[in-house]
Design a protein around this ligand. Structure first.
Ligand code: PLP
Length: 293
């Protein structure tokens, strides 16, 4: 069976013992019929199999096919599937309560996590956390905080950046297809500039001999008389994820950080995709000299 919403997964195969099975298997195919009938067709799929168990780096589907999990729930299971420490923490809470809402009553886990985040997050200043459900929500809230704090309206974002699927997150996203098409118009006050991508330099230079020309545009933008007192924030991925796993030059990140500090512009460090520890340091920004103390 070819799955109509597959992004190339319809012809995938998995190794079961010594055979190569066509995917999806029989039981997955039955469940796909239900999925097609009852789940929105707006959701795409990479691998059209229904998973029954996930353990460490392996997935097993309802037909007994095994896979190496290269996706980790799109970067969420940074410790692999069902890591014992994660299970213990979840069980420990489930045995006492399921859902409370920190806006109604307090519970210890929230403050313990915030305390740990304050310790792990770069910067030698006091830090406080707000925990929410998704990257898009985090991005939207960070911009709200920046606006509220600076009393300014605008935000600078980058080409090929991805910030999520809610309306402002889409407005900030710097890549039309497949995210933005068909959803215009977007909220205003967003300015896009080129991401520092040395392999495909937006200024046509070579890193070995350039003078960081890619920084000129954002420098001009932030200093421009019409923008100077109107830019609340710059939102930046210290390594672009959806944009193609692009690592910026260290000097750019340092200059950007200095520019934002000098002009009292809130620099939002979006590490939703780089995650905790996924780039070899707890925070990706630590690669650029942002230390914890
Ligand atoms: C850099 C970045 N920001 C924000 C988001 C949005 O996160 P979510 O899908 O949890 O809303 C993503 C998602 O991939 C992301 O990569």
């Amino acid at each position: 069976m070819t799955y109509p919403y597959s992004r190339g997964g319809g012809g995938m195969s998995a190794r079961k013992s010594e055979e190569i099975e066509q995917l999806p298997g029989r039981r997955s195919a039955e469940l796909i019929e239900l999925r097609e009938k009852y789940v929105t067709h707006a959701l795409g799929i990479v691998c059209p199999s229904f998973i029954e168990r996930a353990e460490g780096e392996f997935l097993t589907d309802v037909d007994g096919n095994r896979y190496i999990d290269m996706a980790s729930g799109i970067g969420v299971n940074a410790l692999g599937n069902r890591h014992p420490a994660v299970l213990d923490a979840v069980r420990g809470q489930l045995d006492r309560y399921l859902h409370l809402c920190f806006g109604v009553v307090y519970f210890e886990e929230y403050v313990r996590l915030a305390e740990r985040l304050a310790r792990l997050t770069p910067g030698d200043f006091d830090k406080r956390s707000y925990l929410n459900n998704s990257g898009s929500e985090a991005v939207e809230n960070a911009f709200k905080v920046a606006r509220y704090y600076t009393k300014r309206p605008k935000i600078v974002s980058f080409s090929n950046a991805f910030y999520g699927r809610t309306m402002y997150a889409l407005a900030l996203t710097g890549k039309d297809a497949p995210y933005k098409q068909g959803f215009e118009p977007f909220p205003a006050e967003v300015i896009h500039t080129a991401y520092p991508y040395c392999y495909r330099c937006p200024c046509g230079k070579e890193r070995e001999s350039c003078s960081l020309e890619c920084f000129d545009e954002i420098y001009r933008l932030v200093n421009d008389v019409s923008n100077r007192s109107r830019i609340a924030s710059v939102i930046f991925e210290p390594m672009q994820g959806e944009g193609g796993y692009v690592v910026p030059p260290e000097e750019y990140v340092k200059e950007l950080s200095k520019l934002c500090t000098d002009k009292s512009v809130v620099l939002i460090d979006d590490e939703i995709q780089t995650g905790f520890g996924r780039t070899g340091k707890m925070y990706c920004a630590e690669h650029f000299g942002w230390s914890r103390t």
